[in-house]
Write a protein that binds this ligand. Structure first.
Ligand code: NDP
Length: 351
């Protein structure tokens, strides 16, 4: 439940857990509705914008009501002709154990049962609506990299937030395209140990090099170390100071694709960085922002490429799964401090 709109930075206490009794069938007067049991919920960066009551062309959350987002669910009861009891679906749902979806326009059936169910709110997710930034990690990586970066074999690519839902795929796509790829990530503190996400970048996702940006005093020097001849493509997930350092290190005619600015979403201060754009000018750099939601038509082409790659294990997709609906507030909080490793989601029930 959203207890209050976030004014400055997110706190777990901005959300609360509530238990109420419901009937597990569609109430009268709800023709066309679907009652679902939620299995997986996706924890995405855009949730904070709706908690801040910001305009996203998606309706903001309502105070004292459940937060909503993407999920994978099982139909328990349906008064809609397209859905039957027992079917598995994915799309918009509430952060609840059970949700009554009054307008199931945004529910889709799980088609390929050979793939993990959770992939439908991760690598395979597609949500069709007129909104601005929605999280479709697989499509975002595909559209952002292949359409906006125009990669060529042998080019140098840098990816920030590289171990996350989007970044891990960008790195793997860049390797498939024959590029030299470097990623940056932080570390995750768990059970008193620091799990180095950077190790995952090299060992699991086959990045050529990786570094922990939290251990670097000087981003400019770090980038020079990994890209002595400069960067052709920067896939930016974080914005801020890192973007400014990257612009110093771009090659002539390089491309910077602005995918997200997570370093700025939960910050109280004015973002640092980009005091000086002369490097973009001198190096004739093309900088372009994109919203995946403008490129839905590429989804069939994306599936054609990505599903065989998953099945042949030529790409991997790492997920970070928190257990139980009660873990959702903490999981969301951790997203803005890098506590997740891979695509963050909550398992509410396994069947
Ligand atoms: P991730 O799974 O990558 O999770 C966010 C990660 O960002 C954290 O794990 C953390 O990893 C990193 N991070 C958090 N805070 C900061 C900070 N202050 N400075 C630097 N890094 C930070 O999320 P997604 O893959 O879902 O999203 C990645 C980006 O893509 C986001 O900016 C999101 O808004 C954007 N996006 C854009 C879309 C579009 O259509 N343009 C669609 C979908 C997503 P670590 O610190 O370890 O690197």
């Amino acid at each position: 439940i959203l207890s209050n709109y976030v004014k400055t930075s997110l706190k777990e206490s901005d959300m609360s857990l509530r238990t109420s009794k419901i009937q597990l069938k569609i109430p009268s007067g709800c023709d066309g509705a679907v009652l679902v049991k939620n299995l997986y919920l996706s924890i995405d960066p855009f949730i904070l914008a709706l908690m801040k009551n910001q305009e996203l062309e998606l309706p903001s959350f309502t105070l004292d009501s459940p937060i909503y987002g993407f999920g994978v669910s099982k139909v328990l009861d349906s008064s809609h002709p397209n859905f039957k009891t027992g079917e598995l679906v994915w799309g918009f749902t509430g952060w609840e154990e059970y949700s009554l979806i009054k307008d199931p326009d945004q529910l889709f059936k799980v088609q390929d049962k050979d793939l993990p169910l959770s992939y439908y709110i991760g690598i395979l997710e597609l949500v069709v609506c007129d909104s601005a930034e929605l999280c479709m990690p697989g499509m975002t990586a595909y559209v952002g990299f292949f359409k906006f970066c125009s990669p060529k074999k042998g080019e140098t690519v840098y990816v920030s937030a590289a171990s996350g839902a989007v970044g891990q795929l960008v790195g793997q796509f860049a390797k498939i395209a024959g590029c030299y790829v470097v990623g940056s990530a932080g570390s995750k503190e768990k059970w008193g140990f620091a799990l180095m996400k950077v190790d995952l970048l090299k060992n699991k996702f086959r990045f050529d090099e990786a570094f922990n940006y939290k251990e670097e005093q000087d981003y400019n020097a770090a980038l020079k170390r990994y890209f002595p001849d400069g960067i052709d493509i920067y896939f930016d997930n974080v914005g801020g100071k890192m973007l400014e350092a990257v612009l110093n290190n771009m090659r002539l005619n390089g491309r910077v694709v602005l995918c997200g600015m997570i370093s700025q979403y939960n910050s109280l201060e004015q973002p640092e960085g980009i005091h000086n754009l002369i490097n973009a000018l001198v190096k004739r750099v093309r900088m372009e922002g994109f919203f995946t939601s403008d490129h839905y038509h590429l989804y069939p082409k994306f599936l054609e490429m990505v599903v065989p790659l998953i099945k042949e294990e030529k790409i991997t997709y790492v997920e970070d799964i928190a257990e139980g609906i009660e873990s959702a507030p903490g999981a969301l909080f951790g997203l803005y401090s890098g506590r997740n490793v891979g695509k963050l989601l909550v398992v509410v029930a396994r069947e």
